[in-house]
Ligand binder design. Structure first.
Ligand code: SAM
Length: 460
């Protein structure tokens, strides 16, 4: 149990906001272990055992009774679920309650490690396209890994500063800014955020949030949505940013339907002409962490940027694969009819045809870390399927599958030998409970484990 010594100025402010009695409830909630919840990947896992309690505002969200070792669960590595605290899953309710079309172009501007991006990717499915962006390089790599494991293939992972999006005004159907913030809502999960807390840091965060919103708010097209969230309670980083947005840009308020028993607090924010709405999550009222979110709609008559089709795809590193060569790829692996392919040196990437226009246009402006699904490479006339393909939702027809028990699945993920019994020669897709973990190649006299070295689970 964490021993909480809240910063004095923070405690005082919370007492002033909540009142003495409610502050006690808040303080006591901070002493409790945080609830553990996961969000399922609808393309990989449709349900948990019936005993798992559902998160009321997220279709695929579930609470677990206790915290298992996720590292030792092969389903975690197969991208069957994402461990996410429940308040953040409210984004799912926003999308569904507003019936946001799922065939558009979404942007998650501050995306790492990928909690909200994987949620958006699930919502968009095979129809819409997501840009998941992260400005910090090391975090962009973690984001890429999580998007690969999620495996839907509808995402472009980019590594850009928000200002690099300046030529992409008015093209996104939805922009989510889950802003870097002072993290007051994370105190019990991440005590470091408590130690770093200061009034000066709040002021710095608020300035940074304004700068980010200055770049982000113009990217939404007429009729589209802007979603702004933080994991902090103070008004400078929440209500004040809402006011900043409404003063600088033309946006309409969006009110999200709530059920009283959810315990989410609706906040009314008065701007000069209209009332806007924010939603605040307190740990003594909801089974999740502290969170704030607000939604805006761009008026239908606002600017809509055009995404122009280019005659020929030109990129310094990527080449589009010719139709003859595409046929050859299709003879090697089973691929959906409506797809396009790109080559990066000797590696081939898959993209659904309906995402081609978005991707080719965006690739002119953004620094690409990953996109679609990496399929594999040809080496000395031999097809080397990739791990990215193995864990993706693409069909595995033509490749033998090997179902592993728990212990052999863990051995495989540790890159350790285990007894596999009779297996055919060549490439084999290793699975656990019907979900792909990665690839093994049986050479007859020995086997090679192709699970990525940097992702392997260390001995516990
Ligand atoms: N959306 C993520 C999720 O649900 O997993 C969490 C995002 S976290 C709250 C905020 C992110 O903003 C961090 O990944 C951080 O690296 C990034 N960030 C930091 N400075 C930024 C800036 N100036 N502009 C945009 N993003 C920034």
């Amino acid at each position: 149990m964490p021993d909480f010594k809240l910063p004095a100025d923070f405690s005082q402010r919370m007492k002033d906001t909540l009142g003495e009695a409610e502050f006690q409830d808040f303080y006591e909630a901070l002493q409790l272990e945080p609830a553990v919840s996961v969000r399922l990947n609808p393309f990989k896992l449709s349900n948990l055992p019936l005993s798992a309690r559902h998160v009321a505002w997220a279709e695929q969200g579930f609470f677990l009774e206790d915290r298992p070792s996720f590292t030792l669960d092969p389903l975690f590595h197969a991208g069957a679920y994402y461990v996410q605290e429940s308040s953040s899953m409210f984004i799912d309710h926003i999308l569904r309650s507003q019936r946001v079309p799922n065939d558009g172009l979404f942007l998650d501007l501050s995306a790492a490690p990928g909690g909200k991006s994987t949620l958006l990717s699930s919502y968009l499915g095979e129809e819409g396209f997501l840009v998941a962006n992260e400005v910090i390089k090391s975090r962009a790599s973690i984001l890429k890994e999580n998007i690969i494991k999620w495996g839907i293939g509808n995402t472009l992972v980019t590594h850009n500063d928000p200002e690099h999006f300046k030529d992409l005004e008015g093209i996104f159907d939805l922009v989510l800014i889950d802003a870097p913030c002072s993290g007051e809502g994370m105190f019990r999960k991440d005590p470091a955020s408590m130690r770093e807390w200061s009034q000066d840091n709040i002021a710095l965060c608020a300035l940074r949030q304004q700068r980010i919103m200055d770049h982000a708010a113009g990217l939404v097209k007429g009729g589209g949505y802007l979603v702004y969230s933080t994991c902090t309670y103070n008004e400078q980083e929440n209500e004040e940013i809402v006011k900043f947005i409404t003063e600088e840009f033309s946006y309409q308020p969006v009110r999200i339907p709530l059920e009283t028993q959810w315990g989410i607090e609706e906040v009314r924010i008065e701007s000069s002409e209209e009332t806007f709405y924010g939603y605040r999550f307190f740990p003594h009222k909801v089974p999740g962490e502290g969170f704030f979110v607000t939604v805006f709609k761009r008026p239908d008559h606002a600017y809509i940027g055009s995404i122009r089709r280019m005659k020929d795809f030109k990129h310094p590193h990527l080449k589009q694969v010719s139709s003859t060569y595409a046929q050859q790829l299709r003879s090697l692996i089973s691929l959906p009819e409506q797809s396009v392919f790109y080559a990066l040196q000797d590696s081939y990437f898959f993209l659904r045809k309906q995402h081609q226009l978005y991707f080719e246009y965006l690739s002119k402006y953004l620094s690409i870390k990953y996109f679609g699904i990496e399929l594999g490479k040809i080496n000395k006339n031999q097809w080397i399927p990739s791990h990215e393909w193995a864990v993706s939702i693409l069909p595995k027809e033509g490749f033998p599958l090997k179902e592993l028990d728990l212990s052999s699945a863990r051995d495989f993920l540790r890159k350790e030998e285990s007894t596999l019994g009779e297996i055919p020669e060549g490439w084999i897709v290793m699975q656990y409970q019907g979900l792909s973990l990665g690839l093994l190649k049986n050479l007859g006299n020995r086997t090679n484990n192709y699970y990525p070295k940097e992702w392997r689970i260390k001995n516990l």
